[in-house]
Design a protein around this ligand. Structure first.
Ligand code: PEP
Ligand code: MG
Length: 846
């Protein structure tokens, strides 16, 4: 048997014509089969792996089969065909990189002559030598490959080298990007052939081409460079290979998936299945509750597919010059957008994660996209249709093979393609209203506060911490939240139905129908139970032996205040007024503040409201106040410290509070107080504000109760003096814990340390409770600790007289209070204070 020859081309006509030529040269002994075009009368150009497979089988024999292909998907389809064949046949099939006409003719002649496959291949690869020598082009050894590199590039001498792919993950996006970057600025054309897989040659300046090469660790690559700086280019690439192509040496397959914040990286080698693939993502529980809903990526504006974008504003081609300018402008817009994302990621997830966006940015410079776009514009196409066509063409080469890695790359390219096209066709991006299960890298407190619990089911973030403000706000809104899930969360497709369990910190990414039904049944049961508690919650909470414990609500926006009233709160124990100040270009003026505080008071229908003065700094920046750059913002200009620094801001708020207090039972509370001097300073400002209002003839109350938050351990330890200086105290256990345990609340790495049940933190609470004993000064706890019904008795036993909790938790906390006596609570507290760890305290609470 002679070696079989298969011709694969996008065009049936080309395959048949090339075959005709070869048959003419080789004669009757030639065993050849053609796989040209696809069986679609409307779009006949393309390649079909099944057709290629059939052609191989037709000419297969022990002697082997040589496959010659034209470009792009022909190579990928041939590879796929080989993969689909039984191993014994696949093992004797060689995909040959030789040119389709010259190589085919040479191979056909050799095969028909009965030569072994090695000689057929050598001859095919040497197919260009005759033409080259005729034209005076010198081919370097091995001739076939050098000729490939030289063809269509330059007639300068080629520099060749061999590079063995060093890194575990092979040519994924990041190393490919590094190669493109390395060649930037060098005057050289470099083409790379993967000798191991037979793929290539591809242009090394094209990220797309490099990725489709799919070179894996250990593959032997041939570099062929031409141009004045060919030697430098090859040397630079070899040096890059020495550095493991920029990948860390210890990297193992799959390790990058955890940090894929923008979904542009993944291992080309089969990685172990991720949590998402097996149906679960795990993070940290940040706000309790169960929810089922569809994923919506926050901040992502759904751009329609390429074709729809193109159809939304069919482009009319202008002069090439203006179309070129439009293309450049659209690319600049997309670049600015991606650069902002990269910088943001660099700040939050580190340089390596940001590099992934960097690779995406390179797509905007890819000659594989830009060259065809620009030449189509030169041929008088509109920039939009030229760009869309180029993107679609490259996408087709990605999608021809079912490979999860290439599918992801296709996703990146598609996203970048839409980004540029949207700008070209003037597509207006409407902000999507958050609904369903909101997925984001992280959420700011202001972003979280704006979520509407009537539309949003739950929150899932890749980063974040359960003790950060965003989590607390989710809790206040009654939204289950899971944080610190990792980059896999960002890869969930929009619209995926998921189950979020804020108690366990899990997200089920592929619940089946039965599971969804079970979860919905559970939710209905919980709602019913809550409803029963809520009915009872309108009555005050007293211990079994008659001690009244005030149970109030923590609220941010008016919506929470309305909810607080519905849930039966005895008032508002913490009005986080900063939400009126965040995420806007300037501060609310006195009138706006009056209107807001008044609305909250009205919502509570005469029940008392404790207004906390502006608590910004830390993780809550203000756009219009230049906060000093600090190494440790949580230990810096925060809360009252900022208020005393920005006196006008505080003064306006005090004036607004005094005006509302003239009509409603309002109390004032100052955050982050560390010293008695700070209390005195705020009181002095309040006197000043009252006098000013009086002088203006505006009604003010005789007294506006003034309180402090106990968040700084030193203040807790001098509580005796504090109690004398104020009308109320409220222990902010969130901050008190972070400062007492020296564990930043926004840092997931120290979440375990941030445990308010640590006996050290309890001792600080006890110190405040003891100092207030016998006085008329109420001692509240408004940190998240108070919202846990199992902790209510302990807090009461420590001397706490008021619990302020997220509105949804009011009914359960009231019920918990009603179940104990004061003496039982005190005994529990006594025992808790003897514990050595939070775990022991927890065990004590059962
Ligand atoms: C606290 O620190 O416990 C508190 C209630 O304040 P915030 O969480 O708003 O800082
Ligand atoms: Mg606080």
């Amino acid at each position: 048997m002679t070696v079989g020859i298969v011709v694969v081309s996008h065009s049936a006509a080309l395959a048949s014509a090339a075959g005709e030529l070869a048959a003419e040269m080789a004669g009757d002994r030639l065993r050849m089969a053609l796989a040209g075009g696809v069986d679609d009368p409307d779009a006949p150009l393309g390649t079909d792996a099944v057709k290629v497979m059939a052609a191989i089988e037709e000419v297969d024999s022990e002697a082997g089969v040589v496959v010659l292909m034209d470009l792009g998907s022909a190579v990928l389809s041939s590879e796929m065909a080989r993969d689909l064949l039984p191993p014994d046949i696949a093992g004797r099939v060689v995909l040959c990189e030789a040119p389709i006409v010259e190589g085919l003719v040479a191979a056909a002649v050799q095969a028909a002559a009965g030569a072994p496959i090695e000689e057929v291949l050598a001859e095919a690869r040497n197919g260009l030598s005759g033409k080259a020598s005729h034209l005076g082009v010198e081919l370097t050894s091995p001739p076939g490959r050098a000729a490939e590199a030289a063809a269509g590039t330059t007639d300068e001498e080629a520099v060749t080298a061999t590079l063995v792919v060093p890194n575990v993950l092979g040519f994924h996006a990041r190393p490919a990007a590094r190669i493109v970057e390395t060649l930037a600025g060098l005057q050289a054309q470099v083409r790379i052939t993967d000798r191991t897989s037979g793929r290539g040659p591809v242009a090394a300046r094209s990220l797309n081409a490099l990725i489709t090469l799919g070179a894996r660790q250990g593959h032997e690559l041939e570099l062929v460079a031409t141009g004045p700086e060919a030697a430098e280019a090859v040397a630079a690439l070899l040096a890059l290979a020495e550095q493991n192509l920029g990948d860390p040496r210890e990297e193992e397959p799959g390790t990058v998936t955890g940090e894929v914040a923008v979904g542009i990286d993944a291992a080309p080698v089969p990685a172990p299945p991720t949590d998402a693939e097996v149906g679960f993502l795990t993070g940290l529980p940040a706000a309790p509750g169960l929810a089922v809903g569809r994923v919506q990526h926050l901040g992502m504006v759904a751009l329609p597919p390429l074709e729809e974008l193109l159809a939304s504003a069919p482009p009319v081609a202008g002069e090439p010059a203006s179309e070129h300018a439009a293309l450049e402008a659209a690319i600049a817009v997309a670049r600015a957008h991606l650069e902002a994302a990269r910088d943001d990621l660099a700040a939050r997830a580190g340089a390596r994660a940001a590099e992934l966006v960097g690779a995406q940015l390179l797509l905007l410079e890819d000659p594989g996209l830009l060259d065809p776009t620009r030449s189509a514009i030169d041929d008088r196409a509109a920039a939009a249709s030229a760009w869309a066509a180029a993107v679609t063409e490259v996408l087709a080469t990605y999608r021809v093979v079912e490979d999860p890695y290439l599918a992801e790359r296709a996703g990146d390219l598609d996203a970048v393609g839409r980004e540029v096209l949207a700008s070209l066709v003037g597509f207006e991006r409407a902000e999507v209203e958050p609904r369903g299960v909101i997925v984001a890298d992280d959420l700011s407190p202001a972003q979280t506060a704006r979520l509407d619990p009537a539309r949003v089911d739950a929150v899932v973030t890749a980063a974040g911490s359960p003790t950060a403000h965003a989590a607390l706000i989710a809790r206040a809104l009654g939204l289950p939240a899971v944080v610190d899930v990792g980059g896999a969360a960002l890869e969930l497709a929009d619209g995926t139905e998921v189950v979020v369990d804020g108690d366990t910190g899990t997200v089920e990414t592929a619940p089946d129908r039965a599971r969804l039904a079970a979860v919905r049944a559970q939710l209905a049961e919980r709602a019913q139970a809550h409803e029963a508690l809520r009915v009872a919650a309108s009555a005050p909470a007293t211990t079994r032996d008659g001690t009244h414990v005030e149970v109030r609500a923590n609220v941010g926006l008016l919506r929470d205040a309305e909810r607080a009233a519905i849930e039966g709160a005895d008032g508002v124990g913490l009005l986080r007024s900063e939400f009126l100040f965040l995420d806007r270009p300037d501060a609310p003026d006195e009138e706006e503040q009056v209107a807001t505080y008044r609305a909250v008071c009205r919502a509570l229908g005469g029940r008392p409201v404790t207004l906390r003065t502006l608590d910004v700094g830390g993780d809550k920046p203000l756009d219009y106040i230049e906060l000093p750059v600090e190494a440790n913002p949580f230990l810096g200009t925060r809360g009252v410290r900022l208020g005393l620094l920005e006196r006008d801001l505080l003064m306006t708020q005090l004036r607004a509070a005094l005006r509302v207090a003239a009509e409603h039972p309002l109390e004032l509370m100052v955050p982050m107080v560390a010293t008695l001097e700070e209390i005195a300073a705020v009181r002095a400002l309040m006197v000043e504000a009252r006098e000013a209002l009086r002088a203006e003839g505006i009604a003010v109350p005789e007294e506006l109760p003034l309180g402090v938050m106990v968040e700084v351990p030193a203040l807790a330890l001098k509580a005796r003096h504090v109690i004398e200086a104020v009308d109320l105290v409220s222990i902010g256990t969130n901050d008190l814990t972070q400062y007492a345990m020296a564990a930043e609340r926004g840092n997931p790495a120290v979440t375990e340390l941030s445990d308010p049940l640590d006996p050290g933190v309890l001792a600080l609470i006890a110190a405040v409770g003891a100092a207030a004993e016998g006085s008329a000064t109420p001692v509240a706890v408004c940190g998240e600790l108070a919202s846990d019904p199992s902790v209510a008795a302990l807090l009461v036993g420590l001397g706490v007289t008021e619990l302020s909790v997220p509105p949804v938790d009011v009914p359960a906390v009231k019920q918990a209070v009603r179940q104990v006596t004061l003496s039982e609570a005190r005994e529990l507290a006594r025992q808790a204070l003897t514990c050595r760890s939070a775990a022991e305290v927890r065990a004590l609470l059962g």
